[in-house]
Design a protein around this ligand. Structure first.
Ligand code: CO
Length: 459
C-alpha cells in the first residue's frame, strides 16, 4: 500500500504556528530541495497566505506563487480555497470566483482544496467546475465536526454529492484536531467503501490525537496525508513528516518521501523557527498539546479567542458560563462546523449572551446574515425562536446566495483604472481592497525609486 504526503510547512504550518508571517525570502533557498523530496504536493498558497502577503509582508501573492512554481517544477502545488468565499469571509459573485481560479491555475496551482464552512455543496460547485475547466485537480472537502446531527451516514452522503461534482479526490479536513483514531478509521473506511476517488486526510496536532488518527486513517486506506516538516510540526500545526515517514516505512507501507532530503529541509527551517521563537512570533504555548478542546469539543484557536475576548473586557471569571453557552448557541444555529467564520460567530454570540445577562439581547450582524441564509444552508435546524427574532416576517434566502449577487469583476476593474496592471491586481483588490491599494501604492513608489536610481547610474 502506498501512502502519499502533502507537506504543509509553507501554508498551514506557517499559518497555524506563526500567523502566516513567513516571508518568501525566508524559504526561497530551500524550494529547489523541497522539489526533490517526493511529496505528493506542496501546500503553499491560499488560506491566509494571500491576505498576509498584502497586509503584513508587502509581497504580491501572485508573484510569490510564480516564484514557487519556477523553483518547484516537479512537485504539484496546492492551495486551500474557501469555496464561494475564495480566501475571504463573504460570498463573491461567480465571475469573481471563476476568474480567481483561472488565474490561480495560470500562475502555477495544480491542486485546489475546496471547502465550505457549512458543508453546503452549492457553495463549492462553481469553484470545482472552474478548477476542472482549467485542467487542474479539484479536491472536494468535508469539514469534520462533532455534533448530534453529524454522523458517518451524513458524511458518506456528503462525500457522494461532492464526488458527483467531478472532483479528483475527497479530503477530510479536521481543522480542530478533534477527530479521534477511532472516528478517523471509521470515516475513512466508510469513504473508501463508498467513493471511487482517493481520500486525503488533514488534521492538526492540537489535542495530541494527530499521529494516532493519521495512522488509523492510513490503516483504513487513506491515500494522502498532510504533515509538516518536524521543526514546524506539532501543537496547532500538523504532525511531523519525518516521524510519519519513519513509522509508515517500518510498517511496510510504500512511502515516496526521501528521509535524507527531509533532513536537509528540516535543518534549513531550524534557524527560521529559532528566529520566530526569539522574536516572540512563535509562542511556545501553541506548540504544546491542548486537551481542553476535547472536553469542550471546540477548536483550540476558538478557546484562546474566547479567553482573549473575556480578558480584554476584564470578565475572565465568566469563562465557564461562556463555555456552557457556546454549545447552546451552536445548537440554536443548527450545529455549524466550528471553522472560520462560524467559530468566531458562535464564540462572539455566546460571549454577548453571557455578558448581557440575556440571551440574544444583542445579535451580531454576521449571525443575522447567517440566519437570513446568506452563508448557505445550516447543517441542522435553526432555532425557530431565533429565526423569528431576526427575520420577523421576512423570508430567509433559500437559493444559493451567490445567485443573488451582481457580477463583480468589471466594476472592480473600472474602480481601479490604470492602477491595476493585470487581472491578478484586480483580484487582489476584490479580495482585500484596502490592503491591495496600500500594496499598489508601495509598489508604485518602489518603481519610481528604481527609475531614479537607473538614471543616476547612467550619469
Ligand atoms: Co488546517
Amino acid at each position: 500500500m502506498k501512502v502519499n504526503f502533502t507537506e504543509t510547512v509553507l501554508r498551514d504550518a506557517n499559518q497555524s504556528l506563526i500567523a502566516t508571517r513567513m516571508p518568501f525570502e525566508a524559504f526561497e533557498p530551500i524550494l529547489k530541495t523541497m522539489d526533490k523530496a517526493g511529496y505528493y504536493s506542496l501546500e503553499c498558497w491560499g488560506g491566509a497566505t494571500f491576505d498576509s502577503c498584502l497586509r503584513y509582508l508587502n509581497e504580491d501573492p501572485w508573484e510569490r506563487l510564480r516564484k514557487i512554481r519556477k523553483a518547484c517544477p516537479n512537485t504539484k502545488l496546492q492551495m486551500l480555497l474557501r469555496g464561494q468565499n475564495l480566501l475571504g469571509y463573504k460570498h463573491y459573485p461567480d465571475d469573481v470566483v471563476r476568474l480567481f481560479i483561472k488565474k490561480s491555475v495560470e500562475n502555477g496551482i495544480d491542486i485546489i482544496r475546496i471547502f465550505d464552512a457549512l458543508n453546503d455543496v452549492r457553495n463549492i460547485q462553481v469553484a470545482v467546475d472552474e478548477t476542472l475547466k482549467n485542467g487542474a485537480h479539484a479536491s472536494g472537502t468535508i469539514c469534520y465536526t462533532l455534533s448530534p446531527i453529524h454522523n458517518l451516514e451524513n458524511y458518506v452522503k456528503l462525500a457522494k454529492e461532492i464526488e458527483a461534482l467531478g472532483v479528483q479526490s475527497i479530503c477530510v479536513k479536521d481543522m480542530a484536531g478533534i477527530m479521534s483514531p477511532k472516528e478517523g478509521y471509521e470515516l475513512v473506511k466508510a469513504l473508501k467503501e463508498n467513493v471511487k476517488v482517493p481520500v486525503v486526510v488533514h488534521t492538526h496536532s492540537t489535542t495530541g490525537l494527530g499521529f494516532m488518527t493519521l495512522l488509523k486513517c492510513v490503516e483504513a486506506g487513506a491515500d494522502v496525508i498532510d504533515s509538516s516538516i518536524s521543526c514546524f510540526s506539532g501543537g496547532t500545526s500538523q504532525p511531523a513528516t519525518e516521524t510519519l515517514v519513519y513509522a509508515l516505512k517500518q510498517l511496510g507501507y510504500e512511502v515516496p518521501v526521501d528521509e535524507k532530503i527531509c533532513k536537509e529541509i528540516n535543518d534549513f527551517f531550524k534557524p527560521v523557527r529559532a528566529k520566530a521563537l526569539e522574536s516572540g512570533l512563535l509562542n511556545p504555548v501553541v506548540m504544546g498539546t491542548q486537551t481542553d478542546a476535547l472536553i469542550y469539543q471546540i477548536p483550540g484557536g476558538m478557546l484562546s479567542n474566547l479567553v482573549a475576548q473575556l480578558t480584554a473586557q476584564n470578565k475572565l471569571d465568566k469563562l465557564d458560563e461562556v463555555l456552557l453557552e457556546t454549545p447552546r448557541v451552536r445548537e440554536d444555529l443548527g450545529f455549524p462546523p466550528l471553522v472560520t467564520p462560524m467559530s468566531q460567530m458562535v464564540g462572539v454570540q455566546a460571549t454577548a449572551n453571557v455578558l448581557a445577562g440575556e440571551r440574544y439581547k444583542n445579535i451580531s450582524k454576521e449571525v443575522k446574515s447567517y440566519i437570513k441564509g446568506e452563508y448557505g444552508k445550516a447543517p441542522g435546524k435553526v432555532s425557530e425562536e431565533l429565526q423569528k427574532l431576526v427575520l420577523g416576517d421576512e423570508k430567509p434566502v433559500t437559493c444559493r446566495f451567490a445567485d443573488t449577487l451582481e457580477p463583480g469583476v468589471e466594476a472592480a476593474r473600472a474602480a481601479l483604472g490604470d492602477r491595476a496592471t493585470c487581472d491578478e491586481d484586480v483580484l487582489s483588490y476584490i479580495a482585500f481592497p484596502a490592503q491591495a491599494e496600500k500594496f499598489f501604492d508601495a509598489r508604485e513608489a518602489k518603481k519610481k525609486n528604481t527609475f531614479t536610481y537607473a538614471i543616476k547610474k547612467v550619469d
